[in-house]
Design a protein around this ligand. Sequence first.
Ligand code: G4P
Length: 213
Amino acid sequence: MDCYEPVLNAFILLYNAKERRIAMKELQEAILTRGKVINQDVLLVDTFLNHQVDPALMHNIGETFASFFRNGGVQRILTIESSGIAPAAFTAYELGVPLVIMKKQISKILTGDLMQTTVRSFTKGTEYQLTVKRDFLPAGERVLFIDDYLASGEAAFGAINLVREANATLCGIGIVIEKSFQSGRARLDELGIPVLSLARVSHMGADGIEFID
Ligand code: G4P
């Protein structure tokens, strides 16, 4: 069962409109000065998020997610390896709750009672079995999903599927960079899930990068 609480939703909508712009000006600056537009669909941010990681920026991102989901009674942070780990770890630290990393690679030591769902990455043209141990996603717990990118939403829907299978409660989704011109945000909004995206890119191309707000 998911918890799409109207109060939390309203709070996040309000925040999306105002404070996020102030709190995450630093993230927008990083995208503009250290990111690189590869084409109209792909933004390279390997200088601070995907490959090399800027810990001070990740710390601020973690604080921002934590402050907005703090009242949601979050008991566990959920993310997907690998680029979701840095922002999710700082968020988990700020909230004082465990971080659970869903795996994309099966290995010999990933055994026991596993939950799995298939995720297709449109950006990378790949497919993987998103996997988590049932023990690390206990029934009844309130979970916050954090990820680096929201594009078409496939990874987020994979997380939603596993949270549902676990009979846990999804309290919200925190995204570092949302490509608002792709379908993921609209698909999540249709479900009524509270989504907090710290940078919302409305357009990118040879002429530059534009943000919502
Ligand atoms: P979706 O989950 O929203 O549907 O996104 P999609 O399948 O299109 O892409 C998922 C993967 O592609 C994720 O990486 C995500 O970080 C990455 N990605 C999507 N858009 C961009 C982009 O504009 N720039 C960059 N740099 N990456 C993007 P992943 O497969 O989970 O890899 P990892 O880096 O987390 O290991």
